[in-house]
Design a protein around this ligand. Structure first.
Ligand SMILES: *Cc1c(COP(=O)(O)O)cnc(C)c1O
Length: 404
């Protein structure tokens, strides 16, 4: 196994994480990717850039977010359960860490326009927010099916001054929106930055987004040491769509003894049910049919509906440093209610996947008394209506927080 200190550092030549990653883009995007790579390295090593980013995340975004120990739920599960409260960021999730960083980078590169893809609309809203803050133009590509499903987020983006383009190609969902955003960028790279939403896409994006989310893991590590009297958690668990909140969190703990666990939606489990392929500019694991066509991911949480996973996760899974598991919609709904009822925190459905796994494994593969850090990637306001429509059909939880 690769030594821990070598894991989650700079990727190898052209963005390789072992067998995964890379940069598979049309000739016309190579120089834009190279410019971005150079600019990011320069900015990331520049104390002035870092100070501006820190200040924005602090005074605009609300960082640092606290770590909260769930005394009641921890007792019930027989473990110590610590939540990294990314739900308390402005716009309600960890996504702001990434888009503020990329917008600042775009400004330094002299770009005046941001393009982004979005599925459920969360990343689109975050990008539109950053564009408003920086006085930039913003174009968000969204599958036509998602535009219909998520009309509130479409309106939010328009309120924030962004233009939203409904993508009518392919299956008219997230994967098509990404293709369209890349197409826009090919034509406009001189003035436009493509603000990608997760640790995916061609090099250097998986690396940049992980570094911009690293703050989650670094803060959590020192906060855990306060709570755990100098110790590190035994288990670090995050939900995984593309994998950005997990990558940022894992980066803070990869050199500790913590067990790192990424939880995918059962209907979008690219690590379990996917095969290697090259899509969206990277080599990674994707849900594909026998002809290599990308399948639709499907889960109760639109934010985990990406049919692939970031290449660094594919690598961490392959070398055994992290494990990837999945949770079903029913388990997730139960976990959603459990956190609300025991801690007064309504989580987004995405991190409820991570909690569902903890509920399932506490006292099993998570020994009693273990300390578990869970990144609560977002708040649940956006999901309340969906859960309401489902709960008519859900039986109540038993006292163990499990479904009878
Ligand atoms: C978008 C989103 C996710 C999934 O994205 P990752 O890149 O896997 O982190 C998870 N949680 C919330 C709240 C989100 O909005």
């Amino acid at each position: 196994m690769t030594a821990a200190f070598e894991v989650m550092r700079e990727p190898a030549e052209r963005g390789r994480f072992g067998d995964y990653g890379g940069r598979f883009v049309p000739e016309s995007l190579v120089s834009a990717c190279e410019e971005l790579d150079r600019s990011f390295h320069k900015a990331w090593g520049d104390p002035h850039f870092r100070a501006r980013l820190d200040s924005l995340l602090r005074y605009y975004g609300g960082r640092p977010t606290p770590v909260w120990e769930c005394a009641r739920l921890g007792d019930q599960l027989g473990i110590r359960l610590l939540l990294k409260r990314e739900d308390l960021n402005h716009t309600g999730s960890h996504k702001l860490n990434n888009v503020i960083g990329q917008a600042l980078l775009a400004e330094q590169m002299g770009k005046t326009r941001l393009v982004a893809e979005t599925g459920a609309g969360q990343h689109g809203v975050a990008t539109a927010t950053a564009a408003a803050l920086f006085g930039m133009e913003c174009m968000v590509y969204m599958g036509a099916v998602d535009v219909e499903r998520q009309e509130l987020n479409v309106f939010r983006m328009r309120l924030l001054g962004a233009e939203v383009t409904a993508v009518e190609s392919g299956s008219r969902t997230l994967k098509d929106a990404i293709n369209e955003a890349l197409r826009d960028w090919v034509a406009t790279a001189a003035t436009t930055h493509y603000c990608i939403g997760s640790v995916m896409g061609p090099h250097p994006y998986p690396f940049i987004v992980r570094e911009l989310q690293r703050i989650v893991g670094e803060e959590a590590r020192s906060q855990c040491r306060e709570v755990l009297a100098g110790g590190d958690p035994d288990v670090v668990v995050c939900c995984v769509g593309g994998g950005s909140n997990a990558a940022g969190t894992f980066a803070g703990f990869v050199d500790t003894g913590a067990r790192l666990v990424g939880v995918e939606a059962a209907g979008g489990a690219a690590m379990h049910n996917g095969v290697p392929g090259v899509v969206h500019g990277m080599r990674s694991m994707f849900l594909q049919d026998e002809d290599g066509q990308i399948l639709e991911a499907e889960s109760i949480s639109a934010g985990l509906d990406y049919p692939g996973i970031g290449p660094e996760h594919a690598h961490l899974g392959k070398i055994g440093r992290a494990e990837y598991v999945d949770a079903s919609d029913d388990e997730v709904l139960a976990a959603f209610r459990l956190l609300a009822e025991t801690e007064g925190i309504i989580p987004a459905l995405e991190p409820a996947h991570a909690l569902a796994w903890v509920v399932r494994e506490a006292g099993r593969s998570i020994p009693k008394g273990s300390a578990v850090l869970l990144t609560l990637s977002g708040r649940g306001d956006k999901d309340v209506a969906l859960v309401m429509s489902r709960s008519a059909r859900q039986p109540e939880l038993d006292s163990e927080g499990r479904r009878p």
